[in-house]
Each structure stands twice: as C-alpha cells, then as structure tokens.
Ligand binder design. Structure first.
Ligand SMILES: C[S@@+](CC[C@H](N)C(=O)[O-])C[C@H]1O[C@@H](n2cnc3c(N)ncnc32)[C@H](O)[C@@H]1O
Length: 206
C-alpha cells in the first residue's frame, strides 16, 4: 500500500463492513454488472473505492488481475486479511488520481463515486490509465436529499445520471447504458422510511 495521510472516514466502519446488508447490496450490484459486462480472462481490472473488496473479489476468478484502490487504509486492511497471498492483486491506498500509470481493461466502482469530490479530474485520470475500448461500470444512488448520509457533508448527494453521463462524455467516454438495479429502503430519520434507488452506469473509453 502507498502512504496517504488524510483522515480515514471509514476507519470506524471497516471492521463491521462485511455485514449481511452490505453483502446483499454488493451481490446485487455484481449480478446486475454481469448481465451487462462479460469479464475476460486477460483483463486487468481497477476497482475504485474498493473498500473491503466485496465487489471485485467476486470478479477475481474471471480476470487476470485486480487493483483495489481506496482512500481508507482500514477498509483495505480488511480486504488484505481476506487474501491468501497468491492472488494477482494490488492494493492501492490513495486517490485514484494518484495511480501514476496503468492500462486497465475494466474499471468498476460501487457506492464510492459519491465520495469523490472532483469527478472531472477523476474521470480525466481514469481515461489516462485505461485502454481504448475499456469498460467503466459505476454503481451509485440517484439524487437524494442528503438523508442517506444522515445529512453529513458529502461530495455528492447521489447523482442525476444524465449529468453524470455528460461528465463521462466530456472526459472521453461514451455512455453505453444506465439502468436501475436495486432500491435501498432505509430509516434514516426515526419512523420515516426512504427509498434510495441504485443505478448502474456503463461507459466505454474512446
Ligand atoms: C460506501 S463504501 C463502498 C465500499 C465498497 N465499494 C462496497 O461496495 O462495499 C465507499 C468507499 O469509498 C471509499 N472512498 C471514500 N472517498 C474516496 C475517494 N475519494 N476515492 C476513492 N475511494 C474513496 C471509502 O473509503 C469506502 O471504502
């Protein structure tokens, strides 16, 4: 892992991240993803905001290598503890924009994009470290009122997928599809249940 001195906002959550709710959420994402994308055996994959690896560890048997990127050292430590040691993986602690080189065939991210402040710079950089024709798959939630994160400050309270697609297009990607794959129902305010719809955006690097 590389060094990164920012506050680890996920440190307190990392040890209990892999609970039934998160496992169900990520399994639904992977199922939706595999309906749209056929991973290939020679693919080198980047997972952005990989956390404890609940998503891309499922893809590992299908591809050549995976780079798991995250700004939380604690989340990556949980991921490290699940590895046997002989996997073709790399754990990168830092912002994706700090990955200096790469030629990834596929980049995937689940519920992490809303934590990334500057998506223009991030997508511009992802363009630089992916191959022409590479696929990028992003799972996140549609625009919400801030309650999903208990009104804590967060870079993006979900996304307007048309605007998100435009940011992809502006940075050298063609949006192939946007589809909803799950609805999370959460009681963020006592007695009030809200629905947060999750979408999957698939884009191709030009
Ligand atoms: C909601 S969790 C999702 C984790 C994992 N993708 C999953 O679905 O289980 C969001 C993750 O994004 C990471 N994160 C937060 N800010 C980030 C950033 N600027 N760049 C990359 N990852 C970030 C967090 O550390 C955390 O692991």
């Amino acid at each position: 892992m590389t060094k990164n001195t920012q506050t680890d906002n996920f440190a307190a959550k990392a040890g209990s991240w892999d609970n039934p709710s998160k496992i169900d959420m990520t399994n639904k994402f992977v199922a939706a993803l595999l309906e749209k994308v056929n991973p290939e055996k020679d693919w080198n994959v980047l997972e952005i905001g990989a956390g404890t690896g609940l998503v891309a560890l499922q893809l590992l048997p299908l591809v050549n290598s995976i780079t798991f990127e995250d700004t939380s050292e604690a989340m990556l430590s949980e991921l490290q503890s699940k590895l046997k040691g002989d996997e073709n993986v790399n754990l990168f602690h830092g912002e994706v924009t700090e990955i200096s080189e790469g030629s990834f065939d596929f980049a995937v991210s689940c519920m992490a994009f809303h934590h990334i402040p500057n998506l223009q710079n991030t997508l511009k950089h992802i363009h630089q470290i992916t191959k022409p024709g590479a696929i990028v798959a992003i799972g996140d939630i549609h625009t919400e009122d801030g309650s999903f994160h208990h009104f804590d400050p967060i870079p993006h309270t979900g996304f307007d997928t048309e605007k998100l697609s435009e940011i992809f297009e502006e940075n050298g990607f063609k949006t192939l599809s946007v589809s909803d794959y799950n609805v999370l129902t959460r009681e963020r305010t006592p007695g009030i249940f809200s629905d947060y719809t999750q979408f999957l955006l698939i884009a191709e690097r030009k």
